[in-house]
Design a protein around this ligand. Sequence first.
Ligand code: PAF
Length: 278
Amino acid sequence: MKNFKKRADLQQYIAGLRAGGAVITFVPTMGALHRGHLSLIEQAKVLGDIVVCSIFVNPTQFNDPKDLEIYPRPILDDIQKLEAVGCDILFNPEVSEMYAGNEKWHLDIGELEGLLEGKFRPGHYQGVTQVVFKLFNVVKPDIALFGQKDYQQVLVIKRMIDLLSLPVKIEMCPISREEDGLAMSSRNIHLTPRDRQHALILSKTLNKVNQHFDPEKIDELKQLAEADITAEPGVALAYFEIADGDTLLPANKNTKSIVALVAAMVGKTRLIDNVIIR
Ligand code: PAF
């Protein structure tokens, strides 16, 4: 695997590959790679010729400095995992390589930015669009792959692509789960054994809502889900929403695409999860 830290070096190398006709696929990450990330790399290999993975803990998408500080950064372990799965190129820049200084620009992506995650993490999606735009500019991928676990992030990035007419196709890949249902996340390493047990209420509740879904009973289902999660010790619910899968506004019985999304603090760790209902 080739490892680049400088934008210019990576750009030059990829330009050569592209000139030879290679289809470039791209998996942007913040590292602390788990099986979910590796499944994105595997899917990227199926879809293209050259897989680029970036590992960059993007400071502008953290609204809590403590969260940024404790974000795991096991880079040597990550490199081994990427090599084992057959990733071709790693881009692992320093912050100064990605940001010129105190950058204030922000892409207006509309209502989506302030809903659900956006409401609880003000500025988060400004940071995500900033960095993904910059990464796309360096890698210029044909296809970029993102996990469904960050469902709202995928919608935000698709919106950015539409607004800026970027020539990249987005693939959303299914959530990877532990055997007991917990959605894989780099943050799971912060869960104590007890938190880990309590965290299962999130996937259990999403499954229950999915199994008992009835378009006539959306409000009732949402209330029951909120009550189940709130009753779980050690879990502080941020939101549970049954939403339109395209806009993330609350769904009603006529909504075509429906997704249930949840976010909660489990002990000291913030977790998100979702299920596509239809
Ligand atoms: O999903 C993530 O890991 C990050 O939000 C991303 C897309 C790599 C941007 O920093």
